[in-house]
Design a protein around this ligand. Structure first.
Ligand SMILES: [Zn+2]
Ligand SMILES: [Zn+2]
Ligand SMILES: [Zn+2]
Length: 134
């Protein structure tokens, strides 16, 4: 952050601390809440602006849930997309390999390069499908 001439403010430090203790997926609102547990003065705009900066540095990435809500990932981690079940609301990660056939076919037919980190597929999971048939 110093390299980019950014000020290492206490609120930014708090966010980085919170992120370093975060596993998997977390929404911006959850991050704001967790930062506020440490520093009640944390404002959402500071958190979102800092997330933007961290994303530019490649330390954080975001994807979207089916409702468009941003979910943040702490890097480094493998590039992946997401499956969201409309029945139970659970989400799963899909690997580059799993998404490969879809990504290749879209690339071939449309010349469109899919950003797998932004790939969120809505549907019904095996558990919910089985419950629905029973
Ligand atoms: Zn996005
Ligand atoms: Zn389900
Ligand atoms: Zn993910």
């Amino acid at each position: 952050m110093h390299a980019r001439g950014l000020r290492w403010t206490p609120q930014r430090r708090t966010l980085i601390e919170v992120l370093s203790r975060t596993d998997g997926h977390v929404t911006g609102a959850e991050l704001v809440e967790r930062c506020r547990e440490h520093d009640p003065a944390t404002t959402p705009s500071t958190v979102y602006r800092t997330l933007d900066v961290l994303e530019g540095l490649g330390l954080v990435s975001h994807s979207h849930g089916v409702n468009g809500r941003e979910e943040f990932h702490v890097l480094p981690e493998a590039i992946h997309g997401h499956l969201h079940c409309a029945g139970c609301g659970q989400a799963w990660e899909i690997s580059l390999e799993e998404a490969g056939a879809l990504v290749d076919s879209i690339q071939r037919s449309r010349g469109f390069a899919v950003d797998v980190t932004h790939l969120s597929i809505a549907g019904v999971c095996a558990g919910c499908a089985a419950a629905g048939e029973a």
